[in-house]
Design a protein around this ligand. Structure first.
Ligand code: PEP
Ligand code: MN
Length: 297
């Protein structure tokens, strides 16, 4: 007999669905992630200017996003690329939250910056390149904010779960697992989107799962299809890059959607989100019937 998923991932027991363990709901401002609502996080790769950020925030808020994304501290592979506005970027994010009511997700790259980032962020992002930076994970776990943990680009599902377990172990139960594509032999796309990974994480873990079609695809024309696949695979939400003028973005322009493309994508995935909700209602009804049958109400 093949070993069960529970046996396979026995090193990370706290992130696994155990019998009767409820799914984790991550509270963010006045809503929750991991429950009934499908949550969209959208915004630029990097915070660039007040004009760029405000225009994007206002647009994505009008189009149903709950969370504004935007990097103030940017992990860039090239030392000569734009590395973010730092504290000034955080101040602009706080201003955008004030103006729109959107929650903020933004990355901390170093444990020294966690307190400063956590002051502005409603959700602290741990980037793909930092998934195994354990001093950063420990500081992030202790900052009191929910964590969006991005999968390392060369991390297996087992490695990913270990980093999540590490955060839980350090006292923070509010972890979201973000699939953002992994490196494979395929180079046509920036990364390979692991849809099976999303399905598996939903099956074995009680933590919310977020799909990032932008970093997985690397090209904007592929982003809507990967977003749709993410919803269909069972993700609880999306994080997607949107920019008023992607061709002139200071980072990740090639994979960023402009406002019209973002709206078209949201319209395109709406039926899949509705299907997900109908599936959930059917599941709840089946669970209630099963409980009734054994005499529990
Ligand atoms: C980002 O969200 O802009 C980012 C740098 O993502 P990742 O860590 O997944 O590369
Ligand atoms: Mn990016």
């Amino acid at each position: 007999m093949r070993e069960s998923w529970q046996e396979r991932f026995a090193e990370t027991p706290d992130v696994l669905i155990a019998q009767r363990r409820e799914r984790t709901l991550v509270p963010v401002r006045d809503f929750a992630i991991g429950g009934d609502e499908f949550v969209t996080m959208a915004g630029p790769c990097s915070v660039e200017t007040e004009r760029q950020l405000m225009a994007t925030a206002e647009h994505v808020a009008r189009s149903g996003a709950r969370v504004l994304r935007g990097g103030a501290f940017k992990p860039r592979t090239s030392p000569y690329a734009f590395h973010g506005l730092g504290l000034d970027g955080l101040k602009l994010l706080a201003k955008a939250r004030e103006a729109t009511g959107l929650a903020i997700v933004t990355e901390a790259m170093s444990e020294c910056d966690v307190a400063m980032v956590a002051e502005c962020a409603d959700i602290l992002q741990i980037g793909s390149r930092s998934m195994e930076n354990y001093s950063l994970l420990e500081a992030a776990a202790r900052c009191g904010r929910p964590i969006l943990l991005k999968r390392g680009m060369v991390a297996t599902i087992g490695d990913f779960l270990k980093s999540a377990q590490f955060i839980l172990e350090n006292g923070n139960p509010h972890v979201m697992l973000c699939e953002r594509g992994i490196r494979t032999f395929e180079t046509a796309m920036r990364n390979t989107f692991d849809a099976a990974g999303i399905a598996l994480l939903k099956q074995i873990s009680h933590l919310p799962v977020i799909a990032d079609p932008s970093h997985a695809a690397g090209y904007r024309d592929l982003v809507p299809a990967l977003a749709r696949i993410g919803v269909a695979a069972g993700a609880d939400g999306l994080i997607v890059e949107v920019h008023p003028d992607p061709d002139h973005a200071w980072s990740d322009g090639e994979q960023s959607l402009n406002f019209a493309e973002y709206d078209a994508m949201m319209l395109n995935i709406a039926p899949w989100i509705a299907l997900r909700e109908r599936g959930r209602d059917r599941r709840h009804a089946a669970e209630a019937r099963a409980l009734e049958a054994v005499g529990c109400h």
